[in-house]
Design a protein around this ligand. Structure first.
Ligand code: CMP
Length: 138
């Protein structure tokens, strides 16, 4: 069990000016922000980040969406971080997410679902390194 995960506040949330509200949910749930930045992904970067979905029908739409505006990646720390964070954000499809979860509150659709969270300890490290150069040093 690792104590780190990688979150990305997605373009719809940044565009809707709710970065602060979302971070407030995250910190109130006991996560510590270890690193954070505002950045705009290139199509190549977004394609690499979501390479695992390359064969899925929604891949190109996902890359287009993730490059449509700035995003805010965050390295987060808490015990059992990956699982705890996935509970906090809720189901991928906001219409199926539990009340009180970040995607239920801020997400609009399965694509515009407000926020990303790593799905395993291994991916948390890979994804953190993608934005912050190393997962051990953040
Ligand atoms: P995320 O947690 O960032 O990981 C992959 C993303 O693909 C997911 O959130 C969704 O926003 C997006 N996506 C778009 N369409 C679908 C779909 N039909 N099924 C699953 N994920 C989808």
């Amino acid at each position: 069990m690792s104590n780190k995960t990688l979150a990305i506040i997605k373009p719809d949330s940044v565009g809707n000016n709710v970065i602060g509200e979302i971070i407030s949910h995250i910190t109130k749930a006991g996560f510590k922000v270890k690193a954070m930045k505002l950045t705009k992904l290139s199509p190549e970067q977004a394609g690499n980040f979501y390479a695992v979905h390359k064969e899925r029908p929604f891949y190109q739409d996902l890359v287009d969406y993730m490059t449509s505006g700035p995003v805010v990646p965050l390295s987060l720390e808490k015990e059992n971080a990956v699982e705890e964070f996935r509970k906090l954000i809720g189901a991928t499809d906001p219409t199926k997410a539990e009340d009180g979860t970040i995607r239920k509150i801020f997400g609009k659709s399965i694509e515009n679902n407000a926020i990303h969270g790593s799905d395993s300890d291994e991916n948390a490290c890979i994804e953190t390194t993608f934005f912050f150069s190393s997962c051990e040093r953040v």
